[in-house]
Design a protein around this ligand. Structure first.
Ligand SMILES: [Zn+2]
Length: 351
């Protein structure tokens, strides 16, 4: 899916239907924004040019410097990150883009059936045993969405774009080779209202900001199809968690309206400890949309010590308490491992 082809694309020009200025575009792009007057034209197939009626923009509030500041502030927070990461992050590059999204306003309702595995105790006395049985279960759930569909073919051409989708993983901690992560430090995108705060499209605040407008490639009908399919997938996944086995899952998606919304984003690349990491900042809301970050030494020590310390402590207490001295000493050994790990980590100087 994330294929990038190097087939040379043909540069084309079209005159803006509103002001007449030439709009340059590359073959394959079909949602074009005039850099002079800001009107947007949709090429819906050969000879069919449509001026898009409802198209809007999230007004950028963060310039390049504020975006970097926002990223640094975010990197300074949280107990998993190395201390001082916000200041120590070595700024590699900043790029600003105004990206076209089809926001598909929709309502999705799911009804599902399934079976839960249960156990019960039967018999009594010597005949007492645990028996497994299956119990039928069913339910419904529904949700409203402003589902984002990136209006270009290749979602992978810029980093982080798909992470706006509700339920997508959007935080990526880098634990390196450390094993005891307990899945900590990652997060999924919330189902936020992506139509809130939009204003009619204009180039105010875009020209001279360093933000570059990106033309769309896919048309509205296809975006709606994509949104439907993605919502069904996400409801299937949600239903799967509701019973041991799902036998039937049916989702109805009603599309209530679709708008083309331009979202300004700053992508910041920073280096730390010999690796590069990325942060995507929403230039309109000021929120960190997605990010990669290294996990610090302290967080690893805490995880390691909690695991080995608690396990060791329990074993030692149980072992010595019941006269099983071998088990007790194994517990003591585990606690010693935790202490040794702490000391080695602290003196090795790696952060
Ligand atoms: Zn124009």
């Amino acid at each position: 899916m994330a294929e990038t082809t190097n087939v040379p694309s043909e540069n084309k020009t079209l005159n803006c239907s509103n002001c007449g200025a030439p709009i340059g575009y590359v073959e394959g792009e079909s949602v074009l924004t005039c850099e002079h007057c800001g009107s947007t034209t949709m090429l819906a197939g050969f000879d069919q040019i449509v001026t898009i009626q409802s198209h809007s923009i999230m007004r950028p509030r963060l310039d390049e410097n504020s975006a970097v500041k926002t990223a640094r502030a975010w990197l300074s927070e949280g107990r998993l990150k190395p201390s001082g990461l916000g200041d120590a992050a070595d700024l590699r590059s900043v790029s600003g883009r105004v990206l076209p999204y089809w926001i598909v306003k929709s309502f999705a309702s799911t009804s599902w059936r399934g079976m839960n595995r249960k156990t019960r105790t039967v018999g009594s006395g010597q005949q007492k045993r645990t028996e497994e049985y299956w119990e039928p279960t069913s339910g419904r759930f529904s949700e409203n969405y402003t589902w984002p569909v990136y209006a270009r073919e290749n979602e992978a051409e810029y980093w982080g774009l798909k992470f706006l989708e509700p339920g997508q993983k959007c935080l990526f901690p880098d634990w390196r080779r450390f094993l005891f992560t307990f899945g900590m430090g990652s997060k999924t995108s919330p189902n936020a209202n992506l139509l809130e705060g939009r204003v009619p499209f204009s180039l105010d605040g875009i020209t001279d900001s360093g933000l570059k407008i990106v033309n769309g490639q896919i048309v509205q009908a296809r975006a709606e199809e994509t949104a439907r399919a993605r919502i069904v997938q996400s409801h299937d996944a949600k239903a799967a968690g509701k019973a041991t086995r799902i036998t039937d899952c049916d989702t109805t998606v009603t599309v209530q309206g679709t708008e083309l919304v331009y979202l300004p984003m700053w992508e910041i690349v920073y280096g730390y400890g010999g690796r590069d990491y990325r942060v995507l900042v929403n230039a309109a809301s000021g929120a960190v949309v997605a990010a990669e970050y290294p996990v610090g030494r302290t967080a690893k020590i805490v995880n390691f010590d909690l695991l080995f310390g608690i396990l060791g402590g329990l074993l030692a207490a149980a072992g010595f308490g019941t006269g099983h001295h071998g088990v007790g000493w194994a517990g003591v050994a585990l606690v010693a491992v935790a202490v040794a790990y702490t000391i080695i980590s602290l003196v090795s100087g790696k952060k």
